[in-house]
Write a protein that binds this ligand. Structure first.
Ligand code: S3P
Length: 181
């Protein structure tokens, strides 16, 4: 059977901090039997440092360089090993034009997990490992500044709901080959 050109080997989840990219990607990968790669986790494994430590030592510019290099590596591995992957990106990954170019050139599908800022404020206030979550005002400002970059995604789903419902929405987009038992 000829593969459908709409079906991709690499599907990346983007969206602001707290939209559930990592959780949704993990659940989605488990349902369809693909490998899940979390970009932030990969960065921590490679550098042996936490994200706040990288920001403290190398500033945001240093973090963005590592983020781009690791994304390029993941894309390279996907192409080289013909693997199918779901990648949960960081909240700022697609705000860097070079990353969007890289993903477009690789034929990846980018799915935006969209969620109102009020909900995200509540979710992120409980977690303290995000260097770019300083206070409510700057969080709201960054959220609005980032919207245009998320709109570059190929698909958009609502993520103001249970992660499994988000997975259902992504599966309904038609970007994955039908799983036949
Ligand atoms: C960032 C989001 C974080 C992490 C880093 C920078 C951002 O990922 O990559 O702290 O620029 O929005 P999450 O979206 O998973 O929190």
């Amino acid at each position: 059977m000829t593969p459908d050109p709409h079906h991709r080997r690499l599907v990346c989840l983007t969206g602001f901090m707290g939209t559930g990219k990592s959780t949704v990607a993990r659940l989605l990968a488990r349902q369809i039997g693909w490998v899940h790669v979390d970009l932030d986790k990969r960065i921590m494994e490679i550098t042996g440092r936490s994200i706040p430590e990288i920001f403290a030592q190398a500033a945001e510019a240093g973090f963005r360089k590592i983020e781009h290099d690791q994304l390029a590596r993941i894309v390279g591995e996907t192409v080289e090993f013909q693997k199918r992957r779901i990648v949960s990106l960081g909240g700022g990954t697609t705000a860097q034009p070079q990353n969007v170019t890289l993903l477009r050139e690789s034929g990846a599908a980018i799915v935006w997990l969209d969620c109102p800022v009020e909900e995200l404020l509540g979710r992120c206030a409980r977690i303290t490992d995000r260097p770019l979550f300083r206070d409510e005002a700057s969080f709201r400002k960054l959220y609005h500044e980032r919207q245009a970059s998320y709109e570059l995604a190929d698909f958009r789903v609502e993520s103001n709901i249970e992660p499994l419902r988000v997975v259902e929405q992504i599966l309904a987009l038609g970007i994955f080959p039908k799983v036949t038992a």
